[in-house]
Structure formats: C-alpha cells, structure tokens
Design a protein. Structure first.
Length: 84
C-alpha cells in the first residue's frame, strides 16, 4: 500500500508541475504580446532609420545589391511617409 501511495503522489506532483510550467509559459507569452501591442508606434523617421540600417546590413552581407536596397528603401519610404 505504501508503494501505491508514493507512486500516486509522484505522478500527481509531476502532473501539477507540468501544468504549472505550461501556465507560466502562457502567462509570459501573453505579457510579451501585450507589451508589443500596447507599445507606442515608432515615428516615421525612426522607422526609416531602421529600414536604412537593415538594408545597409543586407548589402554588407551580399544578400542584396546596393541598387536593390536603394530602390526598396525608396519604395518603403513612400509607404511609410504616406501613412504618417
């Protein structure tokens, strides 16, 4: 009888720990999502600075040519500034 009680306690403790870990992960994910959603949107100049930096890095890594980056940046600038 003692072994059955030990196994029961071990199984229920493991199940509770698993449920607690899943709940903690869900809460952390919800908090992160809320912080992203509720954070203020970057202004147009900050967005364009980020686009420029990302494209400069892509050119440096030979992922795109400088001409492609310039055309893409101009297209995005038109969209970003059009929305602002």
């Amino acid at each position: 009888m003692h072994n059955k009680a030990v196994r029961y306690v071990t199984r229920t403790t493991a199940a509770a720990a698993s449920t607690l870990a899943t709940t903690a992960t869900s809460v952390a994910a919800a908090a992160l999502a809320a912080s992203i959603i509720l954070s203020p949107a970057a202004d147009a100049s900050a967005r364009l600075d980020g686009v420029h930096a990302d494209l400069a890095r892509a050119v440096q890594l030979n992922q795109v040519t400088a001409e492609q980056a310039a055309r893409f940046e101009a297209r995005l600038a038109g969209r970003i500034l059009g929305d602002a």
